[in-house]
Design a protein around this ligand. Structure first.
Ligand code: AHR
Length: 316
């Protein structure tokens, strides 16, 4: 090989090696995510959306299922701080009790993104943005639909989600705000079912035992609890969707199936597929770009009449 060729080859090899090093040197983004748990079909869809989007973008995701325990979420956040991740995301199981751990993240200069649920902290510099639904509006939508369906008159039982969580507090608030405009619409019983099917069934059994046929309608803070309640109503000998009108929140596929069967009357959408918006924010924050303090997800109302049309295109 001629001297000239050898020099050219060496030059090419050097350039390639340099290129590789620059590529390898490009830091991979690492994100820690402390998920609430796997309490509902909604939550499972939310986790899948986050995990799939991280994979798609080549982002390293440390994902922890915190089993609906605040202490597990705090522990996970502390481990992300120790690992020096680039961004922390979490969906707080309850609204209060986060100040200390969020201050620790701030001291470590790790930005925090709230996903789905908000916190009740005085200092809003402890998180960069909140990406999620407007839960108050979801409660209002459920109440507006029910008021129209019941012509302003109903004895309502309410299945609340997790006590102290943002969706429970806000959906209740929005629902009550609208119901207050109808003197003949009353919430006669209200109790937490923790967003799970089994608890929805258990609490509905209690409602039926106490009130029996006095119940005209059920407002359930999520579809999973409504599906549990449907089982309780059938076991009691009443027809869910006819003897007791049911409105719930989330718009999971199982709710559409129940509507087609005539057992559920309306579901208000709460969109869990927010992985793309979450990682858009992550990448913008890492790049030093500003992000809005609040990102609200668009949502619809699906009454029974449209269930057949929409079931085939529901993604969760
Ligand atoms: O925070 C969103 C709520 O949490 C969903 O409505 C419920 O199904 C989930 O568990």
């Amino acid at each position: 090989m001629s001297k000239k060729k050898l020099v050219l080859l060496l030059l090419l090899a050097f350039t390639l090696a340099l290129g590789c090093r620059i590529d390898a040197g490009r830091k991979r983004i690492v994100v820690g995510f402390a998920q609430v748990g796997a309490e509902s079909a909604w939550r499972i869809a939310n986790s899948e959306s986050i995990i799939a989007e991280a994979k798609k973008r080549g982002i390293e995701l440390k994902f922890v299922d915190c089993q609906q325990q605040q202490e597990n979420q705090i522990k996970a956040i502390r481990s992300f701080i120790a690992d020096k991740v680039d961004v922390i995301g979490f969906s707080p199981v309850v609204t209060t009790g986060w100040d200390e751990v969020l201050r620790e993240a701030k001291r470590a200069k790790i930005p925090v993104i709230l996903v789905d649920r908000g916190v009740d902290c005085q200092d809003d510099s402890l998180w960069v943005t909140l990406i999620g639904s407007d839960f108050v509006e979801e409660g209002r939508k459920a109440a507006r639909w029910l008021a129209e369906k019941m012509k302003g008159k109903a004895n309502i039982v309410e299945l609340q989600g997790t006590i102290g969580s943002a969706p429970t507090i806000d959906r209740k608030k929005g629902f009550e705000e609208i119901i207050a405009q109808y003197p003949e619409m009353k919430i006669i019983r209200s109790k937490a079912g923790d967003f799970t099917r089994s608890m929805g069934k258990e609490v509905m059994e209690e409602f039926l035992e106490a009130e029996g046929r006095n119940i005209d309608a059920l407002f359930s803070h999520n579809d999973d609890m409504a599906i549990g309640a449907i089982q309780a109503i059938e076991a009691y000998g009443l027809r869910p969707g006819t003897d007791i009108i049911i409105v719930s929140v989330d718009a999971i596929r199982a709710a559409f199936e129940a509507m087609i069967e005539g057992k559920l009357n309306c579901t208000v959408e709460c969109n869990p597929l927010i992985g793309r918006q979450f990682f858009d924010a992550v990448e913008e924050i890492v790049a030093g770009k500003p992000v809005p303090k609040r990102v609200v997800v668009d949502e619809e109302v699906f009454p029974q009449e449209v269930a057949k049309e929409f079931l085939p295109i529901r993604r969760y």
